[in-house]
Design a protein around this ligand. Structure first.
Ligand SMILES: C[S@@+](CC[C@H](N)C(=O)[O-])C[C@H]1O[C@@H](n2cnc3c(N)ncnc32)[C@H](O)[C@@H]1O
Length: 294
């Protein structure tokens, strides 16, 4: 049975819903559909205070990677788009010395610095191009990268990618924002930068199979597929899925919960819908929350 709670607070207003362009590390590049890092941190602290691993299988440009860093949790992230996967990897793993080593072009000897190079050049096409000084300042002031984190470029609905989740977790949190409509906006990049991102990811040994367009189209298919993959690998999981209606107004909350109930049976517990507020033209933003027991 599902319970619905109206007016769960975070995000409680538009500022808490949109990505913050001043957020350290996250400001290096924010995807158009990115989440607000501090709001994600608050939600995870509220709903899964005992988490010892942060999983985001639809990781985009890494707002969850930044949230995991702030929470001091190892992060396991997967992203289909190579530019965003590069950004996510950089946000998750970069340290001061990597920024000092950023090459002008991708270099196989410096995989992480190469991901930072792609991130910087991607940000040059935006309103907020990031400088080397800002990157260094963010890393000096912010938390260190968390040991055991892993970001992969691939399709998170495929089983193989989950073979690389090696962290022993007692209680993982899966927080993600599945695409609300048929496709996610792709970042605009300089010619050739996408190919450089692919090279940087290959050098970082982060490129995996299943890097086509992704096997599933709808919110409920993608969301349930990645939750099931995680549930097969992890003993105890708190699942938090951001949800907004699709462009045509359709609501995927009930179909997603139905798919999870069918497959997980009695492992699925305490299913809740937390309704937060309407911050985009799509309508109500809510969180689908559930526990997956052993
Ligand atoms: C709403 S965005 C996530 C935004 C993210 N929170 C951020 O900060 O950028 C959803 C992401 O899921 C990715 N995606 C869609 N299908 C996928 C799949 N099968 N495997 C991995 N990533 C996928 C899309 O490329 C997109 O970047």
């Amino acid at each position: 049975m599902t319970s619905t709670h109206k007016a769960y607070c975070p995000p409680g207003n538009l500022t808490e819903y949109l990505p913050d362009p001043r957020e350290p590390i996250d400001r290096w590049f924010q995807a158009r559909n990115a989440s607000n890092v501090r709001t994600t941190v608050r939600i995870v602290r509220d709903l899964c205070p005992t988490a010892d691993l942060f999983v985001d299988p639809l990781a985009g440009g890494g707002s969850s990677a930044c949230a995991a860093r702030l929470l001091g949790l190892p992060f396991f992230g997967v992203e289909l788009d190579p530019l965003l996967a590069c950004v996510c990897l950089a946000k998750s793993a970069a340290e001061f010395d990597h920024v000092r080593a950023v090459p002008p072009r991708v270099s196989p000897d410096q995989p992480l610095a190469s991901c930072l190079s792609v991130t910087r050049r991607l940000s040059e096409g935006t309103e907020h191009p990031v400088s080397e000084h800002e990157m260094l300042a963010d890393l000096v002031a912010g938390p260190c990268a968390t040991t055991g984190s892993h970001v992969l470029w691939g399709d998170a609905t495929q089983a193989e990618i989950w073979d690389e989740l090696h962290v022993q977790a007692r209680h993982a949190v899966l927080y993600t924002s599945p695409p609300f409509d048929l496709s996610s906006p792709r970042p605009q990049a300089l010619p050739g930068l996408r190919a450089e991102a692919e090279l940087a990811l290959a050098a970082a040994k982060a490129a995996r199979s299943g890097i086509g367009p992704g096997a599933f189209a709808s919110y409920d298919q993608i969301a349930s597929a990645v939750v099931l993959r995680a549930a097969y690998r992890l003993q105890r999981l708190t699942v938090i899925l951001e949800h907004e209606p699709a462009d045509d107004g359709s609501d995927s909350r009930a179909p997603t919960i139905r798919r999870l109930t069918d497959k997980l049976g009695s492992r699925l517990r305490d299913v809740r819908i937390l309704e937060c507020g309407a911050y985009s033209r799509r309508g109500l933003f809510s969180l689908i929350v559930c526990e997956v027991a052993q």
